[in-house]
Design a binder for this molecule. Structure first.
Ligand code: SAM
Length: 281
């Protein structure tokens, strides 16, 4: 073979960085080995791993490579205080003015986050007794999770605490009959009202620019994705996203993420909740 495990891991890291911007730290050896197995399965490949990585370098199996190395952990109403803020602070003015609210979910994974945004809109409409015209663009780099999100079918157990008490899942999902699920788990499918609000697209946050217009969005969710990037690259992504946020618009970040250089251009209004005050000069 003529190479070590470390050589393979170094090549994986280099490729992953160039294709996605994701930086894998030095203590990720077990994870990298597991993901290499996943990559081989996804490509139905049983040959030499270095040859497979060279193929990726030359443009083959790129999607399989990216999909194997992303981490997609998510759940409905993760950090639910962000959705409470959206419902109570942001949405009422759109209900009152009738102005359309444009929202962006920048790392939507399997869809739980954008569907939680959509459920929050419907709940605000119900509470306020007014219509809200909302659209949500949801993107991710991983094509598998985007397909899962577009299908909108999830496992649900009544005893799980995934939904906050102010959301009644039966209002937003249809139950699907399915045998062979463990215990009290059932499959649920998002209803059409929720689906109509969201469009899913593949997009790489590491691209040099994004396909949106300046100040397009009133709300941007960028949560639990920056953690996979170096501080320098986090800053670059945040600055690119910021261009597309309106002044007065809200940026939601994940629990261990911070606005970096944007701190001079935003006002903090809650835990990892920032309102854009001015453009970057
Ligand atoms: C841990 S999940 C977070 C999902 C959701 N935002 C949440 O907070 O629950 C991170 C997601 O970021 C996506 N991702 C990683 N690198 C990306 C990139 N360069 N561009 C777009 N999405 C990326 C992954 O595919 C994954 O689905």
């Amino acid at each position: 073979m003529g190479y070590t495990t470390q050589d393979v891991h170094n090549k994986v890291k280099k490729l992953l960085y160039s294709l996605t911007g994701i930086t894998l730290s030095d203590n990720k050896d077990i994870m990298i080995s597991n993901r290499i197995d996943k990559l081989k399965r996804n490509c139905r490949y049983s040959g030499d791993i270095m040859d497979l990585l060279s193929s990726v370098e030359q443009g083959s199996y790129v999607t399989e490579f990216i999909n194997s190395f992303t981490t997609n952990k998510t759940h409905f109403f993760r950090e639910d205080f962000h959705f409470v803020d959206l419902k109570d602070r942001v949405l009422p003015s759109f209900a009152n003015s009738g102005t359309k609210i444009n929202m962006y979910c920048s790392a939507s994974s399997t869809g739980e986050e954008p569907y939680s945004m959509a459920m929050t809109v419907l709940k605000a409409m119900e509470d306020l007794g007014k219509n809200i015209n909302a659209s949500i663009i949801a993107t991710d780099i991983d094509t598998n999770v985007l397909q899962y999100a577009a299908d909108g079918i999830y496992r649900y157990s009544k005893s799980s605490k995934e939904f906050p008490e102010w959301i009644k899942p039966q209002k937003y999902f249809k139950r699907r009959v399915q045998k062979n699920l463990a215990g009290e788990e059932v499959l649920i499918k998002v209803n059409d009202e929720l689906k109509r609000m969201i469009t899913f697209h593949v997009m790489n946050l590491n691209d040099s620019s994004y396909p949106f217009s300046q100040n397009q969005f009133d709300v941007i969710f960028c949560r639990n994705v920056l953690i996979y990037f170096s501080a320098e690259d986090q800053n670059k992504i945040l600055k690119k996203l910021f261009k597309h946020l309106k002044i007065g618009g809200t940026l939601y970040l994940g629990h261990s993420e911070n606005p970096q250089d944007l701190v001079h251009y935003v006002r903090r209004v809650g835990q990892n909740i920032f309102v854009k005050e001015k453009e970057i000069n």
